[in-house]
Design a protein around this ligand. Structure first.
Ligand SMILES: [Zn+2]
Length: 80
């Protein structure tokens, strides 16, 4: 489905959450930059990223932080 916002749309909160984690891993954003949260769109009813507002709670989850750090390290190592 194509949304009027032109943003990528994710079918559920769960999918959007995982996609945001993967985005943080892939782009290794500095703190306070890049997409930081997800929200349900009032136009398409699907989920989008946002870089505005407060950082999603799940990004501050110890398990998620640890996973992002490990996957970035692994990726950087593989790319060298
Ligand atoms: Zn939308």
């Amino acid at each position: 489905m194509k949304c009027v916002t032109g943003k990528n749309a994710y079918e559920s909160e769960e999918v959007a959450r995982e996609a945001l984690i993967q985005n943080r891993i892939r782009f290794n954003h500095r703190q306070g930059s890049g997409p930081i949260n997800i929200y349900q769109c009032s136009d398409c009813q699907e989920w989008h990223f946002t870089s505005k507002g407060v950082e999603a709670d799940f990004l501050n989850d110890d398990e998620v932080i640890d996973r992002i750090r490990k996957e970035i390290r692994l990726r950087d190592w593989t790319n060298e």
